[in-house]
Design a protein around this ligand. Structure first.
Ligand SMILES: [Ca+2]
Length: 190
């Protein structure tokens, strides 16, 4: 039989493992490493029909640069359209999350208002179908200006009680230009 102190230490370690929140990324295919139909990024719902995208002057690609894949949106018109969506479920113990994305926005023209910029929008989701709760644009991860380099932006958000997940939407509202996204992260931090 093992001595009591050994058992206590083992029990404490097991408890710590059970309660600690792992810093894992909950987003599926946040790095755009896998594609479907040789074209669409896996796990990102394409919410607009192909014909509609063409009519709106939009093309979506998953190019590869030195072995790294990313999402590229070319948008020639100011038409409003959603360009990819993923709902990330959050387990009840998660109180706070870090959301991050890398953006490269070689050339883009903002829409008429400040939030009409390329990037990632969020909304909390709840179990009820009608229960989507918007998160204001001030907390979205949007490009602040053209950049030839990749720029990572992040926010830490407190998850409201009764919400069950966060919906990420790649937004195409008002802006025109070429925008690239990579390494999208939703990470529990508390
Ligand atoms: Ca990538």
């Amino acid at each position: 039989m093992r001595p009591l102190p050994y058992l206590l230490v083992t029990f404490a370690a097991a408890l710590a493992t059970a309660t600690a929140i792992e810093p894992r990324n909950l987003v599926q295919n946040g790095g755009f490493d896998t594609i479907e139909d040789n074209r669409h990024p896996h796990a990102w719902l394409n919410i607009s029909h192909e014909n509609h995208l063409q009519k709106c002057g939009i093309s979506l690609e998953v190019p590869n640069e030195s072995g790294n894949s990313f999402y590229r949106i070319t948008k020639l018109q100011t038409t409003n359209v959603g360009l990819g969506e993923q709902i990330v479920p959050l387990d009840p113990p998660v109180k706070r999350i870090r959301v991050a994305v890398r953006l490269r926005t070689n050339s883009f023209q903002r829409g008429e208002v400040e939030w009409q910029a390329p990037g990632l929008a969020f909304a909390w989701t709840t179990a009820e179908a009608s229960g989507r709760k918007d998160i204001g644009w001030g907390k979205w991860l949007l490009a602040t200006g053209p950049s030839k380099e990749w720029i990572e932006t992040e926010r830490v958000l407190d998850r409201p009680e009764s919400t069950t997940g966060i919906k990420l939407t790649v937004l195409g509202i008002g802006w025109t230009g070429v925008v690239e996204l990579d390494d999208i992260v939703v990470q529990p931090v508390e």
